[in-house]
Design a protein around this ligand. Structure first.
Ligand code: F0G
Length: 460
């Protein structure tokens, strides 16, 4: 059969120059940054795959929206555009706008979690778990075991293990479990989807037991794409229909709009129950802003409302977005470098434990590989392993996650295939010279969310 390539469903109207420092300059920069890519200056980075969060390119239509934003303190027109977009695309009637995802997590945790409560979730996310613990809850991981196995090709590694969830409810009783936090396209598992069938089962079970289902719908669009590609019965549905159905199996959602929604800042908590929304708004005015802006400017809300509609306007957008991730993943995979399989929605996750078996986990192999990648090519990735997992608040010991990964997260609509080629070549080069990479130790370890600001030095 004749092979036809696909291409991005957009053309480029404006460019931002980037440059690569010399190797000596990069070596100096990583020492100054304490071997932590969060502490590098972006001017010192060539291809920035630190995160896909807030790094997307907006469309001309979104930029035009910035000029039309209504900056009224109360009752902004742009707020109502956002309310309508969330209702139409996600289906939630109550919108509580926040400055970004963690603002929504904070409010949700505060209104639902009491000290001593248990909050099950399909793998932790850093800020989500922080807010659950900050509200006095304990997070318990109920994701399927396959999610912790980088090489497993299970198509829905984001699924909740129903046996684990039932056991938890039997042990603690539903009175101590206010909600289950269900993340779509699970970030820490490698951008892995939950199936519609599993989500429906979770929802039915939780409703029978008086437990809310709260989605982290930050990457629900990318999850919808995998359902369309992999789940029987969904191949002929549109992304828009699938996304709407995902949300129908939940009582609400927190969303960081810095991902799927194609804006640089923003987020929201969306709910079905007006009473819960009332409680959320009461806290919102203290922590974020008035209930009709919550931490965003009018123009932010206008660009966000447009981004939400744009992401589902055609199926081509998400197909090209995940297609670019798959392009990079296939180049790295073909060279034999161990990565999380199947290739996820928002980035490639290098399996640092397999790549660097000579570095014990408490010498931070993923942190070391991330730093080495920067020195080799100016490509900035992010550690997603033991440093990100932090310490158990009770014992003070490191959490030892099974996944010790380097994430190369791809901003939406920002880089080209040629950039992806450069990244792949550098990863393959490092893999061929992996014995030259050694472990790290802390020189500074913050108490909370330590990965953001920790500093390291090479051991020995
Ligand atoms: N939930 C998920 C699944 C996320 O990936 C993030 C952020 C948040 C919540 C918090 O949202 O940053 O807007 O406050 N993830 C970024 C990342 C930081 O790089 O993966 P936020």
């Amino acid at each position: 059969m004749e092979r036809r390539s696909w291409a991005e469903p957009y053309k480029i109207k404006m460019v931002e120059p980037i440059k690569m420092l010399s190797r000596e300059e990069r070596e100096r920069a990583i020492v100054e940054a304490g071997y932590n890519t969060f502490l590098l200056r972006s001017d010192d980075v060539y291809i920035d795959l630190l995160t896909d969060s807030g790094t997307s390119a907006m469309s001309d239509y979104q930029w035009a929206g910035l000029m039309l934003g209504d900056e009224a303190y109360a009752g902004s027109r742009s707020f109502y555009h956002l309310v309508d977009a969330v209702k139409d695309v996600y289906g939630y009637p109550e919108l509580v706008p926040t400055h970004q995802g963690r603002g929504a997590e904070h409010i949700l945790s505060q209104i639902l979690i009491k000290p001593g409560d248990i909050v099950p979730g399909n793998m932790y996310f850093t800020t989500t778990r922080f807010h659950q613990e900050y509200a006095g809850g304990t997070f318990v991981d109920v994701i399927v075991d396959e999610a912790h196995e980088p090489a497993s090709r299970f198509p829905f590694k984001g699924n909740v293990d129903m046996a684990k969830l039932r056991a938890l409810v039997d042990e603690y009783g539903s009175e101590r479990i206010p909600y289950i936090s269900v993340e779509t396209n699970v970030n820490m598992a490698g951008g892995q989807p939950i199936s519609m069938a599993n989500l429906r089962e979770v929802y039915e079970y939780c409703h029978a037991n008086d437990i809310y289902v709260m989605l982290d719908a930050t990457r629900a669009l990318e999850n919808a794409y995998f359902i369309q590609r992999r789940e029987p019965g969904y191949e002929d549905k549109t992304i828009r229909e699938i996304l709407f159905e995902i949300c129908s199996y939940s009582d609400g959602a927190t969303v960081s709009s810095k991902k799927d929604n194609l804006v640089n800042i923003g987020g929201f908590l969306a709910l079905r129950d007006p009473e819960l929304a009332k409680r959320a708004r009461a806290l919102l005015v203290a922590f974020e802003g008035l209930h009709t802006y919550g931490g965003m400017s009018g123009r932010d809300m206008e660009a966000l409302a447009r981004g939400i509609r744009e992401m589902v306007a055609t199926d081509d957008h998400v197909a090209a977005r995940v297609g670019q991730v798959e392009y990079l993943g296939n180049l790295i995979d073909k060279a034999g470098v161990p990565i999380v399989q199947p290739i996820g929605g928002h980035g490639i996750f290098l399996d640092a434990k397999s790549i660097l078996p000579h570095i014990p986990q408490d010498e931070f192999p993923a942190q070391a590989l991330t730093a080495a990648l920067y020195v080799d090519s100016g490509v900035r990735g992010m550690e997603r392993g033991i440093v990100s997992a932090g310490r158990d608040p009770e014992t003070g010991e490191h959490h030892y996650p099974k996944l010790e990964l380097v994430r190369l997260a791809i901003p939406r609509r920002v880089y080209t295939q040629a950039h992806m080629d450069v990244v792949a070549e550098s990863v393959v080069h490092l893999y061929e010279h992996k014995d030259e990479i050694g472990g790290l130790e802390f020189t500074y370890e913050p108490e909370e969310l330590r990965f953001f600001q920790a500093r390291f030095k090479p051991i020995g």
